[in-house]
Design a protein around this ligand. Sequence first.
Ligand SMILES: C[S@@+](CC[C@H](N)C(=O)[O-])C[C@H]1O[C@@H](n2cnc3c(N)ncnc32)[C@H](O)[C@@H]1O
Length: 281
Amino acid sequence: MGLGKACMLGEYLHAYTTILHRQASLRYVYVDAFSGPGAHRVRHPESKWSSLLDVALYPLEDREHAEYIRGSPRIALELQFPFTQYVFVETNAARALALEKLTTQYPDLKIAIRKRDCNEYLRDTLVPRSWKQWRGLVFLDPFGMQVPWTTIELLAKTKAIEVFINFPVGMAIQRLLRRDARFSNEQRARIDLYLGSPNWFDVVYQKGTGLFGETVDKAADSNIALTRWYRKRLKGLFGFASSARLVRSSSNHPLYYLIHAGPNATGAKIAEHILRQGEVV
Ligand SMILES: C[S@@+](CC[C@H](N)C(=O)[O-])C[C@H]1O[C@@H](n2cnc3c(N)ncnc32)[C@H](O)[C@@H]1O
């Protein structure tokens, strides 16, 4: 089994900040667009602290609190070379409050909590700021299809932002992509908005001829085909996009793919190295 999501993110953030903190003229912001509460109850204690990185990075008393694992905000806050600034976006009030509490533990770090829709935050606040002396890493980790393609386009246009994207192909998307290819206009529009193009239809469905005329069937490997297509589109926007790393549930069901995209060759190389150590397409 490969590294969990948290460890992959942690490894990348460590590499990213190690490089950037040597560049005196640059500042760098971490934006967790779907923060969650910062810590989660553990369902599978045996998978915890499995990584040597965890043992090296976190004090024993932290690791002994067996019922919690670190969510992405904590991973980012506990880096050896912290970001210049942190923004945690979360719509849920209780989780936003948990994040406020969490941040009191890091009085030396510059942290902002934004209780609002992250797409609005990214579009109206993050993207328009001046990026001349700034770099950014945005983690897009939704439960479903909450990140429309237009948001990703805006981030890419800054040429200063890298993203880690959860592409929920095993969950939200597959549920919408019906076997019989019958969609209402509304359903199609929703998928178009998310994927940024109507061409997904020809990626997922194959036309054939049956006993009663033309047939349309979902391709056997539609998950993989759609992920490759999405990844290629990310590459077109950002310049670089990593292989897509499959993350499975504890019962081995495909949950989502994790993909890194950005404008920087070094970042892309490091992300690829980390994500490749598992099942990729
Ligand atoms: C999968 S969880 C995030 C987990 C977190 N990244 C981690 O690794 O610990 C998704 C979170 O996004 C929040 N959320 C859902 N829609 C949102 C939106 N439009 N903007 C910001 N947060 C949202 C949910 O309340 C939930 O806490």
